[in-house]
Design a protein around this ligand. Structure first.
Ligand code: GLN
Length: 454
């Protein structure tokens, strides 16, 4: 009830929630009370959560921030949703996001932009802007998001909360609406690394409904962060932090640089040592990503044809006109732009020049990371080149917006885990996030480092 009251008071200004399920949440909370009284509670029993509106939830709207799905009620729960339900959590509702997770500002949502709780005239980041803003405004202690090219880490950074994008394959994509399937990965937003680890414990792990799910033993993501360090005064003794020199180049705003530098000094005080490393293909990550992601999106979004579900135009003369009008009306500008780019780079005559080239870059970028990670335990750097910018500032300049993804998209191309941890403030008191990048399946160690830093 406390969280529902807070949502009622603050959401009209923030627009972080698309759906609030008060009755459902209160019923689930009562069931949690019964479980607790019966001694059957798990670590998350009764925890109020929310899901990005990209996760299918049986009986509740799953809009993906799109007019195309503004009336879509999923007949089933995503695996992430089902697992968090089984863990006894209480679902408050669904959070706003960029349309089909395409964007870095949450302004492409058909349900309107989300406001950054630190400054209502600024963007919360995207695409999981509603999730990040809601955790920052304490509308829920933990919320899910998805990250295809930064959509968990970047809004976490801009809103001053912790967000984790796991290794590709750790979190099931079953029931998580596809944007770019080879990059998409679900993960948690919360106040701290420890809370993120507890959330991950509940929903990560093999799922035979997702063919790319990693077949691994379940693990306890809190195990390393709960271990007492040998020297409590220097809990990060022996940890090697790789600092990629390309992440501190020209495009990085001075105030973000200062905050990141201060965080590195802090980490050193805790015993960590810095190793300068290089990710030479950094500047090729954006072009590779903005070919591969739209290519996959153009294919994934072909399912919205107005026939089986989703928006259908009211008037049409024949089948082709029904497809065209339904898609023209249902998709917003950014989604249409990406479908066109994706269709173009996949078309005969351009496939080799763009798509195949991008796939080659993708492999080289992954090799860069392996070379760098061979010299350290985690990579550290900024998440976003600037703090939260003003609403509308990049609305007419998609390329400028794509360039702001410079520090986040490469990791998705490689399939590596990464997180954003609040590390200070830039100009105007706006939050800055520190990015940690670990090796494959090394989430527990990354979380432990973040925990000791926090
Ligand atoms: N900003 C990136 C994009 O627009 C990343 C989005 C995401 O991770 N879903 O594609």
């Amino acid at each position: 009830q406390t969280f529902l009251d807070r949502i009622a008071a603050l959401n009209p200004g923030l627009n972080a929630f698309i759906t609030v399920d008060s009755d459902g949440a209160l019923a689930q909370a009562r069931a949690a009370d019964v479980a607790i009284a019966a001694g059957k509670a798990g670590p998350l029993t009764g925890l109020p959560i929310a899901h990005k509106d990209l996760f299918c939830t049986e009986g509740l709207l799953t809009s993906c921030g799109s007019k195309m799905l503004e009336n879509f009620i999923s007949p089933y729960d995503a695996t992430v949703v089902a697992r968090l339900k089984a863990a006894g959590t209480v679902l408050l509702g669904k959070t706003n996001c960029d349309e089909f997770a395409m964007g870095s500002t949450n302004e492409s949502s058909a349900f309107g932009a989300v406001k950054n709780p630190w400054d209502l005239s600024r963007v919360p980041g995207g695409s999981s802007g509603g999730s990040a803003a809601a955790v920052a405004a304490r509308l829920a202690p933990a919320i899910t998001g998805t990250d295809t090219g930064g959509s968990i880490r970047q809004p976490a950074s801009l809103c001053g909360v912790t967000g984790l994008k796991p290794t590709y394959g750790v979190v099931s994509r079953w029931g998580m609406v596809a944007y770019a399937s080879s990059l998409d990965q679900g993960g948690p937003f919360a106040k701290s690394a420890e809370d993120c680890a507890l959330m991950l414990n509940a929903f990560a792990g093999f799922d035979d409904k997702d063919s790319t799910s990693a077949e691994r033993e379940g693990e306890d993501y809190t195990r390393l962060l709960n271990q007492a360090p040998a020297d409590p005064a220097r809990p990060l003794a022996g940890v090697r932090l790789g600092v990629p020199k390309e992440y501190f180049g020209e495009g990085l705003a001075a105030d973000v640089r200062v905050a990141i530098e201060a965080a590195l000094v802090e980490l050193e005080k805790l015993g960590a040592v810095r190793v300068i490393v290089s990710l030479p293909k950094t500047e090729l990550a954006i072009p590779a990503y903005y070919v591969i992601a739209p290519a996959e999106a153009s294919s994934n979004l072909s399912r919205y044809d107005g026939v089986r579900y989703g928006h259908r135009a009211a008037e049409y003369r024949d089948l082709m006109e029904m497809y065209c009008k339904s898609r023209a009306e249902g998709f917003g500008r950014e989604v249409q732009r990406r479908i066109m780019v994706g269709t173009y780079v996949l078309s005969h005559g351009y496939y080799d020049a763009y798509y195949l080239q991008a796939l080659k870059l993708r492999r080289l970028i992954a090799e860069d990371f392996q070379a760098a990670l061979a010299q350290c335990d985690v990579l550290v750097g900024p998440v976003s080149p600037t703090t939260a910018w003003s609403l509308g500032q990049m609305a007419d300049d998609p390329v400028q917006m794509y360039l702001a993804d410079i520090y986040t998209v490469a990791l998705n191309l490689a399939g590596l885990p990464g997180m954003s941890v609040p590390c200070g403030f830039g100009k105007g008191g706006l939050p800055v996030g520190l990015q940690l990048i670990g090796n494959y399946f090394d989430e527990a160690r990354m979380l432990a480092i973040a925990h000791r830093f926090q």
